[in-house]
Design a protein around this ligand. Structure first.
Ligand code: NAP
Length: 283
């Protein structure tokens, strides 16, 4: 029989979520196994229907299902509406609520682990896909002063900028050319890689959206990529004299909010971080 909590995606072999979620469940004495479900797109609606079962708690949702589950749930939270993606589904007495914790996960990672408050800063986000969308929403809420969205496909950066433009918050969209980056990146104190450049197993594992010569020594560089833990982008930030942090903290904090909403209990944060750090060290 299947467990009442887990993560679904396709493929799912790479997921690190069960490692730290199980550590949290065990620490609180919750008798559940956090499973990883490999769900093909054509199996998605059948799988989501099982989430209405009486004892079912919640499912974390990862690629490629974050948008596809939207019509399959009964209600979306404000965060899920704004980001346009669901990364958690909660069962509330048979009613399925879709939520997004990537934005708050990113902000907690930045503030609580990297010690960086984005309020009032100049920021550049590289990328315009799902992760970038959650991060742009987070930076809007956090009150950055100026935001540039730099993406290989400029039209996608423009669409993202326009979706979140409101009042004085008007993100500027550019490409990844050095000439364009030279006008904003050296003046930014927050640089966030939300592209898949640098991702292990991806098409451009050693690539970076920017090099040290265009990074300020005062900059904080955050990489949404969490495998490998240190990417070429983060090395370039360090080479410029800046401070760097990898995406593992965002991954764990998005999971911690999901854990707390699923169980109704405060997550044992230190235990959950210790579990993933141990797992990453042992490969
Ligand atoms: P996505 O929706 O597929 O977007 C991919 C982004 O990367 C797009 O902006 C794309 O640009 C860009 N890109 C891909 N290949 C490129 C290349 N060769 N040169 C330049 N740009 C390229 O993926 P996503 O869901 O946003 O995920 C992006 C990364 O964030 C992944 O590595 C993922 O693992 C990570 N992530 C981490 C967390 C976390 O909790 N830490 C959460 C979500 C995602 P185009 O628009 O031009 O194609």
């Amino acid at each position: 029989m299947s467990s009442n909590i887990g993560v679904m995606g396709h493929p799912i072999g790479h997921t690190k979520s069960p490692v730290f979620q199980q550590a949290g469940l065990d620490e609180l004495g919750i008798d559940e196994t956090f499973e990883a479900w490999d769900v093909m797109p054509e199996e998605l609606s059948e799988k989501v229907a099982t989430f209405r079962d009486k004892n079912f708690l919640a499912a974390c949702v990862t690629l490629p299902h974050k948008q596809a589950v939207i019509p399959l749930v009964d209600e979306l939270t404000e965060a899920a509406e704004a980001v346009g993606a669901v990364n958690w589904i909660f069962n509330r007495d048979g009613k399925l609520v879709g939520h997004n914790t990537d934005s708050t996960g990113f902000l907690r990672a930045l503030r609580e682990k990297a010690g960086f408050d984005p309020r009032g800063v100049d920021a550049v986000v590289f990328g315009a896909g799902g992760a970038a969308r959650a991060i742009v929403y987070a930076l809007k809420i956090a009150g950055v002063a100026r935001l540039t969205i730099a993406n290989r496909t400029v039209s996608k950066a423009q669409a993202l900028a326009s979706d979140f433009s409101e009042g004085r918050f008007k993100p500027v969209a550019i490409g990844l050319d050095r000439d364009e980056l030279a006008n904003c990146a050296p003046y930014a104190t927050l640089l966030v890689n939300a592209t898949s450049l640098g991702m292990a197993g991806g098409p451009a594992e050693m690539a970076t959206p920017i090099t040290a010569d265009m990074i300020s020594a005062d900059a904080m560089g955050y990489d949404a990529v969490y495998a490998p833990p240190v990417t070429t982008f983060l090395r370039e930030v360090e080479n410029a004299g800046g401070t760097s942090a990898g995406g593992m903290t965002m991954l764990v904090y998005q999971g911690i909010e999901g854990f707390e909403m699923a169980t109704g209990q405060k997550a044992p944060v230190d235990t959950m971080f210790a579990a993933i750090e141990k797992a990453l060290k042992s490969g």
